[in-house]
Design a protein around this ligand. Structure first.
Ligand code: NAD
Length: 315
């Protein structure tokens, strides 16, 4: 999936750290991100266990991602012929406790809601070993808001994967041990992903903070009818050489997910300018969530921006 503007450069990330810093990885939440992270870890020879409150979630996510990877050329960072190998390293569990009890690293990828994440982190802390590293894949919630619930704040950090680029943010909380953080960095490298090291806690980590500033501005321009959203995407594509712009990228992430993330920033600042526009909420209420529902800013599977004429100045 192409999340502008870094996708092309992602292909150049080659680190090949051969030594695995740990063995057993547990994933909580088998939606888009949990499943992708599970596949990535399993493809790189980690033993993976995965759990979702919905017993069908993992299978549904695999079916959906596999189909999208085949038909829409969406990047999963695993060659299609490597999926079966990856799936052999993944075991589904029916309880969270069973999933995490032998894990060296647990990553939660449940919805972007503070209360749900806190509850999950607490359960992980209770059922894992005292040395298990506990990571959140949250797009916006710093681990310091979750760490105490785990009972082991020294083992907690954010490891935030991006949907379309071979990189992950790593950000410690208030008590994260340096060796825990370093192990997280080495684990990300071992997946051939670039570790973006955030030195001091900031909402949005490294690139998401930049992405968030872009989203706020372009949503404001769209909602107040300053510029057609397609022209904003065209500008981005022309500047970055990417295959979509911010609106195409938001469709890829899911407009409901985008809304929840924007609300986290808004609740943090209380600044009305940070509030996501009502027009975005209206789209969500109509079920226009982006690629996953076939309609967002664009219509799928053939959005306008994939047409070469999208950038034709005479069309
Ligand atoms: P998703 O809605 O696709 O998946 C969430 C999954 O969590 C669902 O399958 C749901 O059944 C499951 N779940 C809900 N409550 C649960 C519980 N109590 N126990 C176990 N499972 C539970 O969401 P997603 O897009 O995969 O996002 C997950 C996380 O990753 C969020 O924090 C999001 O901010 C972050 N993230 C998303 C993206 C993205 O582009 N979608 C990118 C990076 C990070």
């Amino acid at each position: 999936m192409n999340l502008f503007p870094i996708t092309k450069a992602s292909n150049n990330v080659i680190m090949n750290e051969k030594i695995k810093p740990l063995e057993n990885v547990a994933i909580i939440g088998a939606g888009t991100m949990g499943t992708l992270i599970a596949l990535l870890a399993a493809y790189n020879n980690y033993n993976v266990r995965i759990y979702d409150i919905n017993n069908l979630a993992f299978k549904q996510a695999i079916d959906k991602l596999r189909k999208e990877a085949k038909t829409k050329n969406i990047k999963t960072f695993i060659p299609l012929d490597g999926w079966d190998k990856a799936l052999r390293n993944i075991e589904e569990s029916r309880t969270l406790e069973d999933t995490v009890k032998k894990a060296d690293l647990v990553i939660e990828a449940v919805p972007e809601k503070l209360e749900i994440k806190r509850e999950i982190i607490q359960k992980i802390g209770k059922s894992s070993t005292p040395s298990t590293i506990i990571a959140s894949n949250s797009s916006s919630i710093p681990i310091s808001r979750l760490e105490e619930a785990s009972g082991h704040p020294e083992n907690c950090l954010n490891i935030h994967f991006y949907l379309g680029a071979k990189m992950a943010d790593l950000m410690g909380g208030s008590k994260t041990l340096p060796e825990v953080y370093e192990k997280g960095v080495r684990w990300v490298r071992s997946l051939n992903f670039y570790p973006l090291k955030v030195k001091k806690e900031i909402l949005g980590f490294c690139y998401n903070r930049v992405w968030r500033a872009i989203k706020r501005e372009v949503l404001y321009m769209w909602a107040n009818n300053f510029v057609d959203f397609r022209d904003i995407d065209r500008a981005y594509m022309l500047i970055s050489g990417g295959t979509s712009g911010p609106f195409g990228a938001m469709d890829a992430v899911g407009l409901d997910v985008i809304y929840d993330i924007e609300m986290v920033y808004y609740k943090e600042s209380g600044d009305e300018r940070d509030k996501p526009p009502i027009k975005l909420k209206e789209m969500i209420d109509r079920g226009e969530l982006g690629i996953k529902t076939g309609k967002g800013f664009y219509k799928y599977p053939n959005p306008e921006y994939i047409d070469p004429d999208f950038l034709n100045p005479f069309k």
